[in-house]
Ligand binder design. Structure first.
Ligand code: PLP
Length: 405
């Protein structure tokens, strides 16, 4: 490159073209994730980065694995955090457990069941979809009917379907997997830390989650756990795992005794997850689930006073995420824009057949608080009034009554 001289004129400083330093607006994240974070989790991200083979970091990884086992309700040795978001957890499970020609029976009653089926097909599985209504849980009989007496290697279902707000009862679907002699895979992305997850008691063979929902950690890691039976299946594979990055037989070398390099671990993200898990266990799992239930109940009670109805019947409803029918005549996108601009509150819109007619409000992890319940209700009231709606009741008084009940 030519050296600039006095005659060639000044070189424009690249700094002149640089954007301003990051100053993201403050938002209250009340959508389907990412969720509100505890400041201690964000502070953990800023701690000094260690080398990924530093003995001090390896100790942090071991602590993290022990805490993950506690939150997942398992003693599974192969419990770890995959590098990547929840979808990386999903792909890890399928790419390691499925071989071309395997048969998978997958519950599809929302976006994430649909995605599991797609990922399984990409791994070469022949997939039978157990198609259910969006906004309703699936039944064991629906799985049996879809299986139709066939042979299956894997049964998979989503525990907390974030696209619809449905909680799936797990043991009845596990019973079908047992009848078929199949491995049982569970998506716990939105349930982990918000609803009881007990992998060992349920007999789950493989499970994955994400960090940005009820664990209140930034997106970027996918906690995952595999039973001894799943590990044996992986060891007996006839074909190589198609993804080098997600190949558990290689990744175990780093998370296990050998500590051999596979890829550079996202060190600071693992600090954040360590802190998020520590806070989760410090609160106590049962207390945390009860907190999510309490605030979800108060929020739904307040919704009734706004003339809004949840989409999912009570017995199948998630606590960390409430899906709401957008009333006829209300502009969904304009209302969400109003919430963001007037209150700094983010909520989610609907997906798939629920696009344009559903709001999804998350009260997840550190965001599951009375303050957010009241803020969410006040903001929704403002958004409805801004569109000329009159409200049938006082949402804050209704929520307060639910708290004192
Ligand atoms: N599964 C469920 C139930 C989810 O809610 C999500 C994300 O919202 C995913 C899988 C995918 O996770 P991610 O978006 O973190 O990749």
């Amino acid at each position: 490159m030519a050296t600039p001289t006095a005659t060639s004129g000044p070189v424009t400083s690249p700094a002149a073209a640089l954007p301003a330093a990051l100053e993201p607006p403050q938002r209250v994240l009340m959508g389907p994730g990412p969720s509100v974070m505890d400041p201690a989790v964000l502070a953990a991200l800023a701690k000094p980065t260690l080398g990924h083979l530093d003995p001090a970091f390896l100790r942090i990884m071991d602590e993290l694995r022990a805490m993950l086992r506690a939150v997942f309700g398992t003693t599974n040795h192969l419990t770890l955090a995959m590098s990547g978001t929840g979808s990386a957890g999903m792909e890890t499970c399928f790419v390691n457990l499925v071989e071309p020609g395997d048969r998978a029976l997958i519950g599809v009653n929302g976006v994430f069941g649909t995605r599991m089926a797609e990922v399984a097909r990409r791994c070469g599985a022949t997939v039978t979809e157990v198609k259910g209504e969006w906004g309703r849980a699936l039944t064991a009989d629906q799985f049996r009917a879809a299986a139709d007496g066939g042979r299956y290697d894997l049964v998979a279902v989503v525990h907390a379907e974030t696209s619809t707000g449905v909680l799936q009862d797990v043991p009845p679907i596990k019973a079908v997997a047992d009848e078929l002699g199949a491995l049982f895979l569970l998506d716990c992305v939105t349930s982990l830390g918000g609803h009881p997850v007990t992998l060992d008691a349920w007999g789950v063979d493989a499970a994955y989650s994400g960090t940005q929902k009820c664990l209140s950690c930034p997106p970027g890691l996918a906690p995952a756990s595999f039973s001894p039976r799943a590990v044996e299946r992986i060891q007996r594979r006839k074909t190589k795992v198609a993804s080098w990055y997600l190949d558990l037989s290689l990744i175990q070398g780093y998370w296990g005794e050998e500590r051999s390099y596979h890829h550079t671990a996202p060190i600071n993200m693992l600090y954040a997850l360590h802190e998020a898990l520590r806070l989760t266990l410090q609160e106590g799992l049962d207390k945390r689930y009860a907190r999510h239930a309490l605030h979800a109940r108060a929020f739904v009670t307040g919704l009734a006073a706004l003339g809004l109805a949840p989409r999912v019947p009570l017995a199948e409803r998630l606590n960390p995420l409430t899906s709401i029918a957008v009333p006829e005549g209300v502009d969904d996108a304009a209302a969400r824009r109003y919430l963001l601009e007037a209150y700094g509150v983010e909520i989610g819109g609907g997906l798939g057949p629920m696009k344009g007619n559903t709001w999804r409000v998350g009260l997840m992890g550190a965001g599951s608080t009375r303050r957010n319940v009241e803020l969410g209700l006040a903001a929704l009231a403002g958004a409805l009034r801004a569109q000329g709606r009159s409200l049938p009741g006082d949402p804050l008084a209704a929520a307060a009554a639910a708290y004192s009940a």
